[in-house]
Design a binder for this molecule. Structure first.
Ligand code: SRM
Ligand code: SF4
Length: 538
């Protein structure tokens, strides 16, 4: 690691334990931990450092760990899904897995004794969970229909994989990037609808055409600010860069334009440059003020850009005047034609992202039998199975699994997103996943809706369930009722996704969960054209 901006006297406690032993060092100790068991482990190794290999101690279920994978661009093979299902079935006492809001998957109920064998299985099929927690770069999101969508501008798959390979040394772990001041999120979108919520990432790349670049070879070092605008040729494709988007309990910000444009060939180098600047200059004093945007605030955008340019070894071209995000966001649920003739992708709705081992085996089987053995995740915690031929579509659609994972769910169910909540997360102030489903069921029984309304639940202000991007966001809090503390929510509204994305804000605080139903009913009727069913009116 190179210079760190703060002195040792101001380092927070996380910095201190990272300085004592890098999180990645844990990798060589897995066998030892497996033999001594979780209770004999050093507390810091168990509660924190294990997250560097994607293993999370759950104080709510001690001894049963969660494993967070990496799924570049949200894509995996049926063989990989099968291994994940086997792990959940064989080693996971609670037998389930969750698709996450970062196009990723988390496995539940894992025992420390089984880790060596689990890692061995992952290795055999090219899966990795490395650097997926704590002060590392999270799963990198890309367009869920990359390479399938006839209207896409750029296929993000390869780039996302290249960034992950650079950051993780092809899944083996890369100490260059295992001691960031805080977590870091990266997203790339190549379609027109911003399927990845670019605006809520620390670093995001959005499609944009640039006029007047002389050399279309566009390899690193070829595009410079000096390559003259007067050399004008037809517009070439690249990305405008956004920086500093994040949610935290203290502050939430949409990413801001860096006023920089890059060609696809430079994206990996830009990621490296931004991360180096963040690693070496981000604040390590107060973890509540360590995300990238705080550094940008401290320095100003000009200085930040120029530091990144220095690391990059060349100046940025100014941003293209407009980006190409001009569609409403799609949710990809249902059957859609691919750009490849006679092939279709089918989006299945996975209620709050939760799957049993049996579900996972079945999804893998369907992808193998009807598709090309590929499976994709979306940031709405759903699944896409691509490459289903016209001739087998009707048989696919008759599969029993589609009764559970529908291609045409009801409007509120369709867009429901929920974070983990109190069942497994010790930060949670409320239970989320089961409550979210129960509330939606009751609302759909009472209301007729003509369009989907995106309702997101999150169990605490950390905002993993992204309530600020929702039409209606529900954030767990402690409320008061009749003088007693009860589970409640703060209500957010106004979140907009896709083109002209914007964050929603809190419109009502501390609504007790037990009183929520009529409040939501009224919001849906007043703001989203919902109508009370006749049966409710009488
Ligand atoms: Fe998150 C911490 C779950 C997406 C902001 N998040 C946690 C922990 C690890 C806390 C813990 O140790 O219990 C949660 C694990 C619970 C569990 O057992 O599942 C957790 N976060 C999740 C997931 C699984 C929610 C979900 O159900 O989908 C998502 C996993 C994504 C992934 O695959 O990597 C998840 N978390 C997010 C997002 C959304 C996003 O990235 O688009 C955010 C807000 C965006 C952001 O980070 O800017 C988010 N999580 C946080 C924060 C607040 C960060 C901050 O700067 O303060 C924490 C707490 C922390 O880091 O200190 C947190
Ligand atoms: Fe846990 Fe809070 Fe994140 Fe939900 S929002 S997963 S409760 S940290």
């Amino acid at each position: 690691m190179t210079e760190v901006a703060t002195t040792t006297t101001t380092l927070n406690r996380f910095e201190k334990f990272k300085a004592e032993k890098d999180g990645l060092a844990i990798k060589s100790e897995i066998e030892k931990f497996a033999s001594i068991g979780w209770e004999a482990m050093d507390d810091t190794d168990r509660d924190h450092r294990l997250k560097w290999v994607g293993v999370f101690f759950r104080p709510v279920t001690p001894g049963k760990f969660m494993m967070r994978m990496r799924m570049p661009n949200g894509i995996l093979t049926a063989a990989q899904m099968q291994v994940l299902a086997e792990v959940v079935q064989r080693y996971g006492d609670d037998g389930s897995a969750d698709i996450t809001t970062r196009q990723n998957i988390q496995l539940r109920g894992i025992r420390i004794e089984d880790l060596p064998e689990i890692f061995h299985k992952f290795h055999a099929v090219g899966l990795t969970s490395v650097q997926s927690g704590m002060d590392n770069v999270r799963n990198i999101t890309g367009d869920p229909v990359a390479g399938l969508d006839a209207d896409e501008l750029f296929d993000t798959r390869k780039l996302v994989q290249q960034i992950q390979d650079m950051l993780t040394n092809k899944g083996e772990g890369n100490p260059e990037f295992t001691n960031l001041p805080r977590k870091f999120n990266i997203a790339i979108t190549g379609g027109r609808d911003n399927s990845v919520h670019a605006e809520i990432n620390d670093l995001a790349f959005v499609p944009a055409f640039r006029e007047g670049i002389g050399d279309q070879g566009s390899g690193i070092g070829k595009i410079t600010a000096q390559s003259s605008i007067s050399d004008s040729q037809s517009p070439i494709f690249g990305f405008n860069i956004l920086v500093g988007g994040f949610f935290s309990a203290k502050r939430c910000e949409a990413a801001i334009p860096l006023d920089a444009w890059v060609s696809p060939a430079d994206v990996v180098a830009v990621c490296r440059a931004v991360l180096e600047v963040f690693r070496d200059h981000g604040s390590r004093a107060n973890r509540l003020k360590s995300r990238l945007m705080w550094l940008i605030d401290e320095w100003g955008l000009e200085k930040f850009r120029s530091e990144v340019e220095q690391r990059l070894g060349k100046p940025f071209l100014p941003a293209a005047p407009k980006d190409e995000i001009d569609w409403e966001k799609r949710d990809h649920i249902g059957v859609y034609k691919q750009k490849q003739p006679e092939l279709n992708y089918v989006g299945l709705h996975i209620p709050v992202g939760r799957m049993t081992a049996q579900d996972m085996f079945e999804i893998a089987r369907l992808a193998d039998v009807y598709g090309s053995g590929e499976i994709r995740f979306t940031v709405e915690q759903n699944i896409i199975i691509p490459n289903i031929h016209d001739s087998s579509l009707v048989f696919f659609l008759a599969e029993p699994l589609l009764e559970k994972f529908s291609i045409d769910p009801k409007p509120l169910t369709r867009s429901l997103v929920s974070c983990t909540g109190a069942q497994f997360c010790n930060f949670a102030l409320i239970e989320t996943k089961s409550r979210a489903q129960a509330v939606i069921k009751a609302l759909e029984a009472d209301l007729e809706l003509t369009r989907p309304v995106r309702i997101h639940w999150t169990g605490c202000p950390n905002s993993c369930g992204q309530p600020q991007v929702a039409d209606i966001g529900l954030m767990g809090t402690k409320a008061r009722k009749n003088g007693k503390a009860v589970e409640g929510v703060d209500i957010y509204m106004g979140g907009k996704v896709g083109k002209e994305a914007q964050l929603g804000t809190c419109v009502q605080k501390g609504v007790p969960c037990e009183d929520l139903l009529p409040v939501l009913r009224e919001l849906l009727v007043k703001n989203f054209d919902a109508r009370l069913r006749e049966s409710v009116l009488v």
